[in-house]
Each structure stands twice: as structure tokens, then as C-alpha cells.
Design a protein around this ligand. Sequence first.
Ligand code: GDP
Ligand code: MG
Length: 153
Amino acid sequence: MTLQRTFIMVKPDGVKRGLIGEIVKRFEQKGFQLLKAELMVIEKEKAELHYMEHKEKPFFGELVDFITSGPVFAMVWEGENIIQVSRLMIGSTSPESAAPGTIRGDFANSKQENIVHGSDSIVSAEREIANLFEPLLTRFSNQNLPYDEQRKT
Ligand code: GDP
Ligand code: MG
């Protein structure tokens, strides 16, 4: 058992294109559990923290402008190995390498405007959840209980 939590976000292009339901549906169908969701406009400072690993990249300014350009649908999901599995479901960053059947492979045609974000590691997931929701959400207080039981506690 490797129960994990991750931060998944429908980016402004995905929200504008009406893809929130499609993306939520894919994660639900996979058997993952939605713990938290909010339509929000990200503040510039938080966007810069979210993408801090790309601070030195030439596209950083453009990326922060894009991610703050409209509402995103930010979510916390939980499931077995969800960090690795969600990255597979999302697909590669570039449209020319994102496989059909993945979210980006099916819907994205731009390297920047690629519909959805998913954390790439446990450390990133904890940082991203704490940045846009709250640090408490990253913790498993009753990790050994099945999800339905956890919700009752
Ligand atoms: P991800 O983990 O697959 O989302 O990809 P990265 O961590 O490499 O990049 C983060 C995000 O920055 C991507 O999802 C894109 O929205 C954007 N991005 C990545 N590479 C480029 C690029 O070369 N140009 C532009 N304009 N945006 C990029
Ligand atoms: Mg990344």
C-alpha cells in the first residue's frame, strides 16, 4: 500500500474549454478519491512559488502570466501511487510526445497551454497543496483506515 495525495489542477485553458468535468471524470473512473476542489484565480506570488523550479527558464514570466490569466480548478486527490499514475494519465508536456489516451494527448496542442498540472513527487505535492490550500491537507492522520472510514473520523 502506497497511499498518496497529489495536487491536480485544470489550467486556465482547460477551464475555458469546459474540460473540468472530463478531467474529474477520468480520475474518478480510475478509482481515485477527491478530497478538495476549488475554482480559484491564483495570485502572482503563489503562482511563482508553484512554478519555482522553473524560475530561471526563459518562459517563466509567460508561464506565470498564463497560470494567473483566469480561474483554475485546483484539486487534491488521493489514491494508490497516485503521483506516478496521475502523471501517466496526464501525459508528456509537449503535444508532439503526449500519447493518445492521455489528457494532454487527447486535448492539448501547445507546450504551455496543456490543460492540466499534476505534482511530480511527494515533496512537490506537499509543497503545492500547502501553497494553494493548507498544509494540514497533506497529512494522513488515519492512514491505515480505508478511505470511507477516514472520512468518518
Ligand atoms: P509538466 O510537469 O509536464 O507540467 O512540465 P514542466 O514541469 O516541464 O513545465 C511546467 C509547465 O510549464 C508546463 O506544463 C507548461 O505549461 C509550461 N512549459 C514547459 N515547457 C515550456 C516551454 O518550453 N515553453 C513554454 N512557453 N511553456 C513551457
Ligand atoms: Mg513539472
